[in-house]
Write a protein that binds this ligand. Sequence first.
Ligand SMILES: Cc1cc2nc3c(=O)[nH]c(=O)nc-3n(C[C@H](O)[C@H](O)[C@H](O)COP(=O)(O)OP(=O)(O)OC[C@H]3O[C@@H](n4cnc5c(N)ncnc54)[C@H](O)[C@@H]3O)c2cc1C
Length: 422
Amino acid sequence: MFHYGRHGGGMTRDADILIVGGGFAGLSCFRSVDRRRRSVTLLSDRNHFLFTPLLPLAATGVVEVRSIVEPLWSFQKSRGEIVIGRVADIDAVKREVLIESDPQQPQKISYRVLVLAIGAVTSAYGIPGVEQHCFFFKEMKHARALRERILAQFERAMDLSGAVRKRALCFAVVGGGSTGVELACEIHDLIEEDLKKEFPNLAKEADVQVIEGRNAILTEFGQTLAHYAARKLRQKRIHVQTGTPAREVRERQVVLDNGQSVEAETIIWTAGIGPSPFLTQLAGHWGVELEKGRIPVNGRLAVDKYPEVYAIGDCASFKDPGGHVLPPTAQVAMKEGIFLGKQLSHGGHADFSFRSMGMLASLGTGSAIADLGFLQFKGRLAWWFWKAAYLTRLVSLRNKATVAFDWLKIRLFGRNTARIDF
Ligand SMILES: Cc1cc2nc3c(=O)[nH]c(=O)nc-3n(C[C@H](O)[C@H](O)[C@H](O)COP(=O)(O)OP(=O)(O)OC[C@H]3O[C@@H](n4cnc5c(N)ncnc54)[C@H](O)[C@@H]3O)c2cc1C
């Protein structure tokens, strides 16, 4: 329950549990709080939850963007539980959160317990040119912009020839982890399954490339599955370069560490994540040192210096008993959120523990890899498993149904290649 008051011209509200961030971690925590015991407020700078695992499909028209977002309002159980606003600062001593707003009317929320679930941002690792010349791939707006760009490049290339045409039809994905590989495969399938009908000559000339700094792609999977994936990409004629970190990105060119370069008008950066400037600033104010860009938490997921402050998801660094930091994945974020929501509801002080449910990566239509720990499999069976797993993980029944319809629709009619955003 909120309590409102005016202090010094601004607006202050009181919250019992205040969760900042409406992603996998924050939303899971919010939904797990027992409202009969505690009241909870979710503060987020965007009014929706985004199901990122299907973002590559949204960027290539397999599913509609709206099918993978959920309005946060639909999770509100009583009025005032959701607040839309960007946090500008947090005073952990006064237990107050300052929301970016009109400077004449500053808005504050004071809390008893704070849960920080602000995620991470795409990191350019200081590589020159990345911010200026690359498409990032983390938000809904990125998927929309990329979809428009891919379609526009085919229209643009019609009037071009030679090296300029080749460059217009080259799509370079930097980063050979799950996101980069899934995206490259989806771009390939969009071209092969649909754009080929509309632009047969151009489709033949299109070139999808994956650039990876490490010596292999999909290193988070075991060697057998990673090798299978590499073979699949070769069959699709996706050009994979490994052991070649990007040194610089220029307009229409990725310069590699080995001195070679890739000429592409569309360069997509999926090479990693880092702390948001807000988290870096906050850690400075709090006198807490970030561990690889994430805020260290103890077994209860609390920040040692401020026991009433918790951090979960991509912004938090939790070490398992073996000293390994849990990876920044939706699975970890959700489990941390659910655990913390329950603990806070019942005043528990148990330590969090994590058991992986496995890893999946799609390699485009009809193929995927699956590592469930006790079982590894690949190919069409893994692809159906991947589809079923993500369909069931979508939060609302509405989105489960719309994604299923989207899949059916493209099997029957193909992807819609109209450009509508720009
Ligand atoms: C393309 C893509 C594909 C992925 N695929 C998979 C996959 O298949 N499987 C998997 O396990 N993981 C996957 N991931 C990783 C997964 O998305 C993240 O690990 C997960 O989103 C982390 O959840 P989170 O809640 O910590 O952060 P997010 O989901 O990023 O949520 C953070 C929230 O905080 C809000 N916020 C940030 N700053 C502020 C502020 N100052 N004030 C208010 N609100 C703020 C943001 O708007 C956002 O709502 C993928 C990621 C991407 C980008």
